[in-house]
Design a protein around this ligand. Sequence first.
Ligand SMILES: Cc1ncc(COP(=O)(O)O)c(C=O)c1O
Length: 480
Amino acid sequence: MTRSGTNSLAAELLVHLDRASKVPLHRQLGTAIRDGVQSGRLPLGTSLPPTRALAADLGVSRGVVVEAYQQLVAEGYLASRSGGYTQVAAGAQTTPRPTPQAVRPATHAIDFGYGRADVSNFPRAAWLRSIRRVLTEIPSDRFGYLDGRGVPELHLALSDYLNRVRGTVATPDRMVICNGFAQGLALLLRVLSAGGARRIAVEDPSADDDTRPIAAELGLSVTGVPVGPDGIDVAVLDRTEADALVLTPSHQWPTGGVLAPDARAAVARWATRTGALVIEDDYDTEYRYDRAPIGALQGLAPEQVAYAGTASKTLAPGLRLGWLVLPAHLVGPVAEAKVAADRGSPVLDQLTFADFLARGEFDRHLRRMRPVYRRRRDALLGALAEFLPDFEPAGILAGLHLVTWLPSDLDEATVVETAARHGIGVAGLAQYHLGTPPRGGLIFGYATLGEQTIRRGVAQLATALGRRGTVSPPDAVAAT
Ligand SMILES: Cc1ncc(COP(=O)(O)O)c(C=O)c1O
């Protein structure tokens, strides 16, 4: 039991350490804080006591508190903020509190939210033609239960497409169709965990809403590998002893870099030497603008890499269509996990997508959308250069978002909050870091905004931040 009194920091967190227990103290402390977050008792944004103060209060060494905090940061429950304090992180509650605020989407007059395709451009007519053809042509027995891998027509159409466009080495027998990347990743981590995996490496920064929560649920520890302009630091990866690495080599999420060729080869060598699996998240590389295509890492090492693709950025996230190209030994176990999860993805959607691909409609859609997104990206870069010239863009060559590093006199959280108060939605990078962020930055999604709106949004942000005396008044900018 804690030695502290009822008004202590430990009592506020409801931490009671049992020194007679065999469970290490850092794990007891971690469990108490995790429970607090999951139950909503420690709501989003709550600042935790400084490690030194809490350690003194609990009568333990500071290392116990540091270790507990670090583990919870890795799991996504907590985040380290610049200034050295630790907060309950976004999205950490596994039991959502049913307040109206929790379910109401954020409303910003201009929202640079990232991770969205422009679904208003969904190719409805071509998709409808494919649905119609499939429904007209398939025999009734195709409506029965499927095996966990999905329909052969889609395996064939996708493997052709991926080998041609993404440089994979894919054969139909290595493919499993799943409900987006999210499910593909969950199935893989489940299979790896059942096979004895204990430690997963992720990029730092990286998405906080996929690997980290699943790993926490499965009891897998998560280690961050720092990302520079050319992708992850392979020397650090070498020291992780990870059983798997989740990687976005062709367009690092969120910073937008491309894994350098020698680093790609080094990752493949690391996986071969250690027997670890690389889970390649290839989420948006079809949209590339000023550079030659970067082939998938899977093409370099098909027995070490599980390639994961998704239609969420190219078509629409609501389709929930994703696919895995797997090393031979994982095909059976992942297909079984898929059956256990949901008995297979909907057959009509799979056959429709197969028809859409085989008839070249997917290529046509990408050809149509690429210049649309490119113009939006260019509008954003132009507006940043004009109104916020000391914001440094990065990761601009591909995808549907870019990052801007902030000048050193601006605090990221303050910028995000000021923007929100002025009706501009833009996210900060800090929440995606496992460790202390080296630098403040913003993520600008541009895929769903018209060019004039993008320009107006950046101009308004500059005005809100008081960065530019000569900003054109918003009214002088034509509405989109
Ligand atoms: C890094 C990353 N990978 C993959 C995805 C796609 O996930 P899903 O296919 O589950 O929609 C996203 C979506 O935002 C993402 O940000």
